[in-house]
Design a protein around this ligand. Sequence first.
Ligand code: V47
Length: 383
Amino acid sequence: MPASTPKVERASDFRTCDPRLAPIAEKVRAHERLSAGDGLALYASPDVLAVGWLANHVRERMHGDLTYFNVNRHINPTNVCVAACKLCAFGRKKGDPAGYTMALEEAWQTAASGYSEAVTEFHLVGGLHPDLPLEFFLDLIRGLKERFPQVHIKAFTMVEIAFLARRAKLSVEETLLKLREAGVDSMPGGGAEIFAPRVRSIICDHKIDGEEWLQTARTAHKLGFKSNATMLYGHIENDADRVDHLLKLRALQDETGGFQTFIPLAFHPENTALDHLPVTTGLTDIRQIAVSRLLLDNFPHIKAYWQMMTPKIAQIALRFGADDLDGTVIEEKIYHDAGAKTPQGMTRKELCRLITEAGRVPVERDTLYRPVTRTEESFTVAV
Ligand code: V47
């Protein structure tokens, strides 16, 4: 591990104009778990800087200045999807001229294209295709592993896994074991959206419900997979829905310890069925990072996904609780179909600059947060 600066703001330095934050600051100082009521107070507080101060305090207690990123590539094998979620601008119905499905060879070529630095992670997610069988995805993963044996494969959301299992008439456990045999190493955090049934039934009514998302993650963790978790915010949910979502994740993490990173995802309305909604503001995004860090005391990492937040807000988030920026990404489709104006990808050098100028220490990591040492041509992972 690179040396972290043991630099933690002193808890006694905490100042706020909001009296509701004082007992929360006491709990933070004493390493005590925050309650649902504390979560609501953090969302309601006008003193966003004080909320951020507390989150930064926890972040520095856990990681010092260390700030993680990786060199990864996104691959979205298909956008054809049966779900037609109101939140989504990416999915297309079968037969839609804008729908696409990569042939296996094309997906493998995509994996190798677009960037000169050796990637350590492929991030694969896609639509719930009505016709592609589990075998297609197993072949896809096997082919990737054969061609890129050194690259970690983080593939398929809990929603896709539950869907593939149902289509193959297998249990989730059997499906996960087949995916592991083919070469899947861990899972990304997508598809969690908001667990509250009232909200879920409007924004993504054809997806598995929150309980099934959590149960699929539980099964994956029990088999030894690590995964991430997300929350989609900034649409029709309220603060209580967000707190409920975070505490459900915290409870599952207490049980399994399988989550690595939490990624709050701001809703991008453009080209979705909810395009009348406004985009989130910078302060909402920053506060969401901070509340996540404070409530999710058992999650090792909080990610400020720069593609979603913009590099500028993601950089500020590194002082509000986030310790990870995600990675080079290379080719992002889900947010760009929903109007994102961020670049498709970033270089390692650009990510390091964002981190360094935030006064933090960049650490290239692999998907499992092991430091990566790199030469021009290759990389090694410290194990
Ligand atoms: O599950 C879809 C979200 C997720 C929109 O695990 C939208 O490391 C906003 O999960 N506006 C996919 N959000 C992305 C994702 C992710 C990203 C980066 C890293 C990781 C990780 C995971 O994107 C979906 C959904 O929640 N999404 N449409 C939209 N219009």
